[in-house]
Design a protein around this ligand. Structure first.
Ligand code: 5AD
Ligand code: SF4
Length: 469
């Protein structure tokens, strides 16, 4: 690896992140990898010496956005701005050389498994090379990526992502992830616990464990024994100072008994689960290669709700998968009604080259997809509104994260990830407070801190507030 040169000339790094939370995590780690080499983050693209687009390939539109942004960057360069342009993430992995060919301005294309090599790749760019690096290197990138300095963690706030697992072996027939992110791999338990401890030492109070198929986590412990996500949650819950644990995204077939038990036993594990089903029709689930039926999913939800009665669910749904009939789509509407979601992400099927879905003969017409999406959205939006309304009168522990928009106001998140606003002093930032929900507005809910009820927040295990800064 090239020598750190921070003291020589500070440079500015602008990263634009597309797509999922794993990319958000990766962007921070890229910034951490470049910090010892003199790069400081900037939010102002015009100030940048290096612009990185951390891209998403999950649906067609996501990839298109990257090419239009590259066009804009190329124009800025043509107008005389000097910055290096790098393309990272899943589009980089999937398209590689094609990006360098389509956009002449691009200096560096590098896939998610090469982030620890970024300083070296930039050194090659500086010596005049156009670099495309999309191999899956033999070494473990996480062993080589530097941990964020304490100061950077503090700046990033009270909540943090922690990638514990990457890639996917499920091969759902619509999905590019197994091709762009590769085979499923889990980080060793020690690595995850060390990173979690460092984040907590830097003031983090809520961790979201990330993975494309996070509940397939199977990290090795020091004795070579395999540890699942349930056990990992139990271990993380022992960390003093850590108040909340979340994880995303899960596959129904990987909800182990131990993970369900963790939901039953751990107050720190939030009762909010993103568990995509994608479709309510067995015919379509089979064509999607989802490896579970509608009945399997519903039985699973029942077991989870028995273990944790206040569990709220969120999901992903695809409409217009090849061959989807009106009757299949009705089954999707009916599973949404049967489960009752607190929130849901809905997508029109988008052909991804190289996936089995792209080869399927009976593609659904765009107009049909648009119409089905509208009907599904209407249903999930009414459920989301209903869920928020049902929260009124309940008392939640809210993690107070920041000052509110109005003077005297503070803001935080409920266990269900809702933004909550209330009156209160900024000294409460970093603590969990019992908050009675009093009202609902479009994108947030309002509440008041309950001081008289003698309610003790369930997941506070020490009283020292951790400052946001
Ligand atoms: N078309 C539409 N939606 C897709 N997703 C993944 N691939 C596709 C595709 N080809 C959705 C799935 C997944 C979420 C992250 O994106 O619902 O759970
Ligand atoms: Fe893609 Fe998720 Fe299916 Fe894996 S489980 S192939 S990441 S949709």
């Amino acid at each position: 690896m090239s020598e750190p040169a921070a003291e020589l000339h500070p440079k500015k790094l602008f990263i634009k992140t597309y797509g999922c939370q794993m990319n958000v995590y990766d962007s921070d780690r890229m910034a951490d990898a470049l910090a010892p080499h003199g790069y400081e983050p900037t939010q102002v693209i015009e100030d940048a010496d290096l612009v990185v687009l951390n891209t998403c390939h999950i649906r067609e539109r996501a990839a298109e956005k990257v090419f239009s942004e590259l066009g804009r960057l190329a124009e800025m360069r043509a107008e005389g701005r000097h910055f290096t342009i790098g393309v990272a993430g899943c589009v980089a992995q999937a398209e590689g050389e094609e990006i360098a060919r389509r956009s002449k301005a691009v200096d560096l294309v590098f896939g998610p498994q090469s982030y620890h090599r970024l300083p070296d790749l930039l050194a090659r760019v500086a010596s005049g090379e156009k670099v495309v690096e999309t191999e899956f290197p033999a070494e473990d990138k996480f062993e080589h990526l530097p941990s964020p300095p304490l100061e950077a963690t503090r700046r990033r706030g009270l909540t943090a992502f922690l990638t514990v697992q990457e890639g996917c072996d499920k091969f759902c027939s619509f999905c590019v992830v197994p091709y762009t992110r590769g085979a499923e791999t889990s980080r060793p338990l020690r690595q995850v616990l060390d990173e979690a401890r460092a984040l907590v030492a830097g003031g983090v109070r809520e961790l979201t464990l990330l993975g494309q198929n996070v509940n397939a986590y199977h990290g090795a412990d020091a004795d070579g024994r395999t540890v699942g996500l349930g056990e990992l949650c139990f271990r993380l819950a022992e960390l003093p100072g850590l108040a909340r644990i979340r994880y995303t995204t899960s596959h129904p077939s990987d909800m182990s008994d131990e993970l369900i038990a963790a939901h039953r036993d751990l107050d720190k594990l939030m009762p909010y689960l993103h568990l995509p089903v994608q479709s309510g029709s067995d015919r379509i689930l089979a064509a999607m290669n989802r490896r579970h039926t509608r009945a399997d999913y519903l039985r699973l939800i029942e077991r989870i709700r028995t273990a944790r009665p206040d569990m709220a669910l969120s999901g992903d749904f695809i409409v217009g998968f090849p061959g989807e009939t009106e009757a299949d789509f009705d089954e999707t509407l009916s599973i949404v009604r049967e489960v009752g979601y607190a929130s849901a992400y809905t997508f029109k099927y988008s052909i991804r080259p190289g996936t089995p879905g792209a080869q399927m003969a009976v593609q659904v017409e765009e107009a049909v997809k648009v119409e089905r999406l509208a009907r599904l959205n209407e249903l999930v939006m009414s459920q989301t509104r209903g869920f928020a309304r049902d929260c009124v009168g309940r008392i939640f522990d809210v993690l107070i994260e920041k000052p509110g928009r109005m003077p005297g106001q503070i803001g935080g998140r409920s266990p269900y990830l809702q933004a909550v606003h209330m009156l209160g002093p900024e000294s409460l930032i970093g603590t969990l407070q019992p908050v009675e929900i009093t009202g609902v507005s479009t994108n947030s809910i309002e509440g008041k801190i309950v001081t008289h009820a003698g309610h003790k927040p369930a997941s506070v295990n020490e009283s020292t507030p951790v400052a946001a800064e």
